[in-house]
Design a protein around this ligand. Structure first.
Ligand code: SF4
Length: 731
């Protein structure tokens, strides 16, 4: 019997936890957190064990498939599959124009450095303006705020969680996520250490989340109103002359404009719209500025809402005017070993608009909320073909049912994906890549967001099958087939493919901020050195780095970019509308929000029996008063209806919800016929995105608005009126 120990970073979510995996005869016999990993220090979550389940999953596709005329699937060889795809994509663009082909990139792309390195050249080659990704259902407002204020969409301030004295969390549940846009594995330990050193944790959220339960203060906030709260916090700070920009003061522009902009938003004016008492808002503002160090962190609940762009600007402003931007214990920028800020574009916007609704591009992508209408609306420029890469937009984008219908109308669809799921079932050809354990890994994205600078290289654990392809190889081989560029460009791509992701990583490390450059025996970082540090290299805590790291042309921070100031009119008019209405807020309406669960990861981790054990988790959470008013009870199936659709789910009555707000987790809804996910289909749940609305977006950033979707809840089908338990036969 052969036995070995393998060290790697888990790449299932943003936390990049270090793992120790013991293997005997090609079987994983033990998997645990690596206590010597400098970032995660032994943490892991239940999803990590699913790495082996994904690898062994009988539903995982291992060969290219082609859909037959009768709806069944047949196996294809790689050359025939890639030739057919290249020919169909080329033919569509020749006949209907370049933009008739759309591309959608799912979230797993950012967890795969091969895809990150070989996807963009293919997209540039295709020259379509119809590019979409999961960014516009997630973090687009973060990028917009960073680009406008700091000059680069990837200059994202990260809370210095391990040294801060006060953490203000808005619309985030890092206990479930282990940080998002803030890679912080073991977040619970980090929070407990914050509290143990006398620090404070304040959570503002319409649900008393797992994170809020640890907080010394939790404030319920009405979904979609965080921008009003943030404006009021700033108003208090300026009105009482508490602003102090600290070290960044000498290179900040437009402070006077900020002061003038926030002046109308006194706590008393925003109290009824936010649901937070004016005195609570004042106390929070005072406590935040009085703390020795403080960090405000806003995530999905503030990013995916109709004022998402404004919210992320205001979060950055609050950190800046309290002196906590670029400060130890406040929010800081990272210094990763391969600096994505140097390698990826700054993020321009507005160079073109979507055909049907006129939504602006950002960083060469259009908001995915418009994808379905671009397929369904006839006329010049209509999308006729689609390439998806590791994406399941039917479950993860707003009004998924409409997109489901639209995908059925395409002339041609190809999916690079190893599951036949709710989206890829519409594909004509599916090209399945290797699993995570069959390829190497280096995190290009989440080291950029980590609360501590680290570098870690993970070799592949298992040999891929002889006829398997990695994602990057599929992308590169499609590129080669489609490329008719002049010889020098084709040679450059050939060279990149020869180097592969590992060779390009080696170059990136050598030329990065810790790199050895081209000196053979230099002191700096090389791939060899990173590779030899099997637990990962500790590159030190985050450090102040401004103004050097700024990418604005002036090398100054723009506190009041014009696009945000112009957008404040929306806040003003909403405030005035509420003030003018007699009852201020419609207390009978229910507002829907999502929620993150530890044993789920977006839409694709419901096929692993050990993650599916226990009670049905796809439940609607509702406050007891709301349930009583509607005559509803715990465990009852309820029908939830929005403008776009209707679903039925079991009800869970809990005072963790703010009255007037209900919550449904996202990523469920595996009951579309034609998908082939056996475990998930036994326990399908319902899709939150059959209720969310493609027309409900943040018009400033184009991000989908998931928080605060109006819904009605009524008794559902009495025949299934009980909370079903999930039986698991999982190993
Ligand atoms: S939190 Fe879980 S899924 Fe995320 S990286 Fe860590 S072990 Fe993997």
């Amino acid at each position: 019997m052969s036995s070995r120990t393998h060290y790697r970073a888990c790449n299932l979510c943003e936390a990049i936890c270090g793992l120790v995996i013991r293997v005997e005869d090609d079987e994983i016999v033990d998997l645990r957190g690596d206590p010597d990993d400098p970032l995660s220090q032994g943490h892991l979550c239940p999803k990590a064990v699913a790495l082996q389940d994904i690898h062994r999953d009988p539903d995982r596709l291992r060969h290219p498939l082609r859909r037959r005329a009768d709806g069944g699937w047949e196996r294809l060889g790689w050359d025939e599959a890639l030739d057919t795809v290249a020919e169909r994509l080329r033919a569509t663009q020749r006949r209907y124009g370049r933009d008739s082909l759309a591309v959608y990139l799912g979230n797993p792309n950012v967890h795969n450095y091969g895809s990150l390195l070989f996807g963009p050249p293919l997209l540039r080659l295709l020259k379509t303006k119809n590019r979409f990704s999961a960014t516009s259902v997630d973090q687009l407002p973060h990028h917009l705020a960073a680009q406008q204020m700091f000059g680069h969409m990837l200059l994202l301030p990260v809370p210095d969680i391990d040294r801060t004295g006060f953490l203000l969390v808005l619309g985030a549940n890092p206990l479930a996520s282990n940080g998002s846009m803030m890679t912080a594995p073991g977040f619970e330990r980090r929070l407990k250490e914050l509290l143990a050193r006398g620090g404070r944790l304040v959570v503002v959220d319409p649900r008393r989340t797992e994170t809020a339960r640890l907080a010394d203060t939790h404030l319920f906030v009405r979904p979609g109103t965080d921008a009003f709260l943030l404006m009021a916090l700033l108003q208090v700070i300026f009105a009482e002359q508490l602003e102090d920009l600290g070290t960044v003061a000498s290179y900040c522009d437009s402070l006077a404009e900020v002061r003038a902009a926030v002046a109308p938003f006194a706590p008393e004016r925003v109290s009824s719209i936010t649901g937070i008492a004016a005195e609570e808002i004042r106390r929070l503002a005072h406590d935040f500025v009085a703390a020795p160090t403080a960090a405000c962190y806003g995530r999905l609940g503030v990013s995916t809402q109709e004022f998402g762009g404004l919210c992320l600007w205001l979060v950055n402003l609050l950190n800046a005017v309290s002196g906590n931007l670029d400060r130890q214990g406040g929010v800081l920028f990272t210094r990763p070993a391969v600096d994505a800020v140097a390698h990826f574009g700054r993020g321009r916007r507005g160079r073109w608009k979507s055909r049907v609704r006129g939504l602006e591009e950002f960083a060469s992508e259009l908001p995915v909320a418009t994808l379905a209408e671009e397929i369904l609306t006839e006329g010049e420029g209509q999308i006729r073909a689609l390439l998806t890469v590791a994406g399941n937009p039917v479950l993860s984008t707003p009004n998924g049912a409409q997109l489901d219908k639209a995908l059925g109308k395409l002339d041609f669809m190809v999916a690079i994906d190893y599951y036949l799921n709710e989206t890829t079932r519409h594909a004509d050809i599916i090209l399945p890549p290797t699993s995570a354990l069959e390829r190497d890994h280096y995190d290009l994205v989440f080291n950029l967001l980590a609360v501590h600078n680290v570098a870690k290289y993970s070799p592949p654990l298992f040999e891929p099958a002889p006829d398997a392809r990695h994602d990057w190889q599929i992308l590169a081989q499609l590129h080669r087939r489609l490329d008719s560029s002049p010889l020098p460009a084709r040679f450059r791509h050939w060279l990149s493919a020869r180097l592969g992701p590992r060779g390009l990583l080696s170059l990136g490390l050598r030329t990065g901020p810790y790199g050895s450059g081209w000196r053979p025996f230099g002191q700096g970082l090389t791939l060899k050195k990173v590779e030899n540090a099997v637990h990962g290299l500790d590159l030190g805590p985050l450090q102040p780095c401004l103004p050097d790291r700024l990418h604005t042309p002036s090398k100054r921070i723009e506190l009041a970019p014009a696009i945000f100031l112009a957008n404040l009119a929306r806040l003003q008019s909403r405030l005035e509308a509420v003030a003018a209405s007699s009852s201020s807020i419609d207390s009978t309406a229910l507002l829907l929000v999502g929620r993150r669960q530890v044993r789920s990861n977006n839409s694709w981790m419901h096929n692993y029996p050990r993650l599916m054990r226990g009670k049905d988790r796809c439940t609607l959470l509702m406050h007891p008063d709301d349930a009583r008013q509607r005559g509803l009870h715990e465990g009852q199936r309820v029908s939830v209806t929005s403008r776009t659709g209707q679903v039925e789910v079991p009800l869970e009555v809990s005072d963790q919800m703010m009255p007037g707000v209900v919550s449904l987790p996202h990523g469920w809804g595996h009951d579309r016929s034609g998908a082939r996910l056996l475990v998930a289909q036994q326990h399908p749940g319902a899709s939150l995105n059959d209720l969310t609305d493609d027309q409900f977006i943040d018009p400033l950033s184009g991000n989908a608005a998931f928080s605060g979707v109006p819904v009605e809840v009524r008794p559902g089908d009495a025949a299934t009126d009980k909370m079903p338990a999930i039986e698991s036969g999982g190993s």
